[in-house]
Write a protein that binds this ligand. Sequence first.
Ligand SMILES: *[C@@H]1O[C@H](CO)[C@@H](O)[C@H](O)[C@H]1NC(C)=O
Ligand SMILES: *[C@@H]1O[C@H](CO)[C@@H](O)[C@H](O)[C@H]1NC(C)=O
Length: 392
Amino acid sequence: MEYSFLFLFVLSTLSLLLPTTTSHPTVFNVLHYGAVGDGQTDDTNAFAKAWKQTCAVSSSSVTLRVPSHKTFLIRPLKFYGPCNSKTVTVEVYGNLVAPYDPSDWRCEHNICGRWIHFHGLAGLTVRGHGRIDGSGARWWRTKAFEISDSDNVHIGGGLRFKDSPRMHIVLNGIRTLSVSNVTIDAPEQSPNTDGIHVTGCTNVVIDHSRIGTGDDCISIVDGSSFVTVSNVVCGPGHGISIGSLGKNGANDKVEHVRVSDAVFLGAQNGARIKTWQGGRGHARHIMFERILYHDTTNPIIIDQFYCDHQHCRTKESAVQIKNVTFRQIVGTSRMKTAVILKCSKTFPCTDIVVEDMHILTTDEHDATFECKNVLGIAQGKTVPGLSCLDLV
Ligand SMILES: *[C@@H]1O[C@H](CO)[C@@H](O)[C@H](O)[C@H]1NC(C)=O
Ligand SMILES: *[C@@H]1O[C@H](CO)[C@@H](O)[C@H](O)[C@H]1NC(C)=O
């Protein structure tokens, strides 16, 4: 008896001396920090307070919860790390909505360009069936949701993103990242509303998601490698794009990208690689496989003359495009020219492989292709027959 008492005493004394690390998950609900969630009241400060607590607590895992059946109006907000817990989960079951009036933004110098910004976290999960509504139609100039300079990031669980004022999800400088089971939804006419923008990330998986926007469904740009995209439906939108790369002479590198089991519905482009004249670097080791098109304007397009204004000139240097495979491609093209492979004279595209492809126009006529400075092979049966490639 006395011994067990002593034992308990030692234990409780020890627990006072040891840092207060608990192994139990700890949940912080924004409602407990004064958030109202009526869609009218400014809940920014409540979220900031809840995040401060969440980030400060030292536990194996900690959760910030946004409860369901409520709409929280929040101005631009930083969720910055490092945090004291190993992993931080943000559960979004309710809706987050941005203020309609940009003058409500009162944004500070470095945060003006973003609405919700996670930064410097190791082990972040954002999930839940809630909706992140950028109210974009009123002010298309800001990135809605950005995660930067973090490791081990997971986004998913049915999360819905809607009407971002600019790009919906920006993933910037992340090592090990997954985006799974998200829905992104913006009008076809909305400018620059990329769905998921991946820059400087490595070891990336994006899957089981539905993306419809006014710009690229997914854009993969400089410094990204080992990116796997699968089971994604894109449309409306400008397709799954690698690039643009090499703008203003930039030395951009993207490699080891694999896009498979993608469906394009009424999209403006499908599989696209776009680079600017005068750039450097490379886009290489890229595979598009098992792709289905329905009424897509440009199903396959490599464009080394990308230019989004009137005054681009042909230059000597270019981003090298090498080892790109399109395999098991079927569907319909809105344009007669279903395949465009336009490369520069000084840096032809090399090791381009097209294998088993069947594309007709939307009204079921023969489609055609356009090739310029492309070296590679056509394998299996390709419709249209790509006579610009070596037939194997
Ligand atoms: C996506 O998330 C929703 C909501 O949480 C869930 O019901 C559904 O099963 C998930 N789907 C997949 C493919 O994981
Ligand atoms: C070509 O790219 C594929 C990925 O699509 C990669 O697995 C393969 O190793 C690359 N080939 C060479 C010669 O680098």
